[in-house]
Design a protein around this ligand. Structure first.
Ligand code: SF4
Length: 441
């Protein structure tokens, strides 16, 4: 990196954390561009003189990654390699007072709802007519769409409501207009996200309205896939599954974090659902829509979790055979209700429990993937990497799920297009296949 001047401001935005943060960065970048800044996302170029870090404050590892990134750029500023360093997002929202005393190189800190103040600090104006518009950082053919902000739940382990506030749904007409805009930009796959997707509508329509929203979005021309992330199991609106079944462009895919299955742990976590209710819900979903891919996440090492709770969880995972599973380890977070309890599961035990569950899942995933050999799937071609085109089926979300590896030597594909692929081989977390020529479909 070389020394900078303030003559031409070039801003590089770094995003840490989840897809919800990425959407916030995209909105910020659109606003910056509309104010004539040259803006890039996670650019490796060394000619940016302003850095904005959009941080994550979810759990210990994520906080550390955010702090390390801030320190890295604080060092660059000390060396005169950048002119300005700004920090925004969840970590900043949560720990601003402490952090600004510790890291003096940061020029200003902002909370999650302070984009107008951030723009003002840069000498820019918040452009109201651009509300909701974004500079996409994802490949042009897919985009995340945040349908609500915040969360009204009080899960005992979760600090998100402290950082993001209560649940606020965006109205259906606004989201539909946004989807039309995205489709015009070339987006074919919309990935709906919220802290609690299934609570959508309760605040503005006084009822759960995800099914209505899906009906409206599925009618938007050009959107070929709609995917759902972060459904909360308690009081799950089953009509969503009926809309999914009736609408060919809503992926038969549901990401529903369950966190645990032991009644004792679920109660401690304040998840508002029991083991029996969870099992019944999964059966109801699968009965209504056979073949639906369910992705879930579990949280191990919650205070008071014992070996028998993990055995119960392991048996549940074996029985349920989830298509996708992720496991997090509990992080003791100030401000959450679990913080009052002792963090009594040693870190090594948490890690062992997580690894043990992932091993179980690896066998399940391999089994499920092998059953796909010889079958044909509509596949989105995401990118080319080395010798392969890399695609995804409707059962796979970007970044977190299976990829379909298609040898580039004997297949022709265009990035961002759909193709029909016949699966020829399978590993636990990847599929291999060849594109079926249009004449043979
Ligand atoms: S529903 Fe999700 S975001 Fe909301 S408190 Fe629970 S874990 Fe946190």
């Amino acid at each position: 990196m070389k020394a900078k001047t303030l003559k031409k401001d070039k801003i590089n935005v770094i995003t840490l954390g989840c897809s919800k943060n990425l959407v916030d960065s995209e909105v910020m970048m659109q606003q910056l561009e509309a104010n004539d800044f040259r803006v890039s996302h996670e650019s490796s170029s060394d000619d940016n003189n302003i850095i904005i870090i959009n941080t994550c404050g979810f759990i210990e590892n994520a906080k550390q990654e955010s702090i390390d990134t801030i320190l890295q750029y604080a060092d660059a500023k000390k060396q005169g390699l950048i002119d300005k360093l700004y920090v925004t997002g969840c970590l900043s929202q949560r720990y601003r007072d402490d952090l600004q005393q510790e890291i003096g190189e940061v020029d200003a800190w902002f909370g999650t709802l302070e984009l107008p103040r951030l723009l003002k600090t840069l000498g820019a104006d918040y452009q109201h007519e651009l509300i909701g518009e974004r500079l996409l950082t994802t490949p042009q053919h897919y985009a995340y769409m945040k349908i609500a902000e915040g969360c009204d739940r009080t899960c005992a382990f979760c600090a998100i409501p402290i950082m993001r506030g209560g649940h606020v749904s965006r109205p259906i007409p606004e989201l539909t207009a946004r989807a039309r805009e995205l489709a015009k930009q070339g987006v074919k796959e919309l990935i709906l996200i919220a802290q609690e997707l299934t609570y959508y509508g309760v605040d503005i329509y006084k009822k759960r309205a995800l099914a209505e929203l899906l009906q409206a979005l599925s009618a938007v021309d050009g959107i070929e896939w709609i995917r759902l992330h972060y459904a909360y199991p308690s009081r799950f609106p089953l009509e969503v599954i009926d809309v999914m079944k009736a609408s060919p462009n809503i992926c038969n895919y549901l990401d529903m974090p369950l966190q645990h299955i032991s009644d004792k742990v679920l109660k401690g976590m304040k998840r508002q659902i029991s083991k029996q209710q969870t099992i019944e819900l999964i059966h109801q979903i699968r009965d209504r829509l056979p073949g639906i891919a369910i992705r879930t996440t579990m949280l191990v090492g919650f205070p008071g979790e014992r070996e028998e709770d993990i055995e119960e969880l392991e048996a549940f995972i074996r029985d349920m055979k989830f298509d996708r599973l992720g496991v997090f380890t509990y992080s003791h977070e100030e401000g959450t209700s679990a913080y009052a309890q002792a963090d009594d599961v040693p870190e090594t035990t948490k890690q062992e429990r997580a690894a043990r569950l992932m091993e179980v899942q690896e066998d399940i995933s391999l089994d499920l993937n092998r059953q796909k050999i010889g079958r044909r799937f509509k596949t989105m071609i995401d990118r080319k990497e080395g010798e392969f085109f890399i695609g995804r089926t409707e059962y796979d979300s970007p970044e977190v799920d299976n990829e379909v590896m298609i040898p580039a030597a004997n297949n022709y594909a265009r990035i961002g297009d759909f193709a029909w692929v016949e699966v020829t081989d399978a590993q636990a977390f990847d599929l291999f296949g060849n594109i079926i020529p249009k004449t043979k479909i």
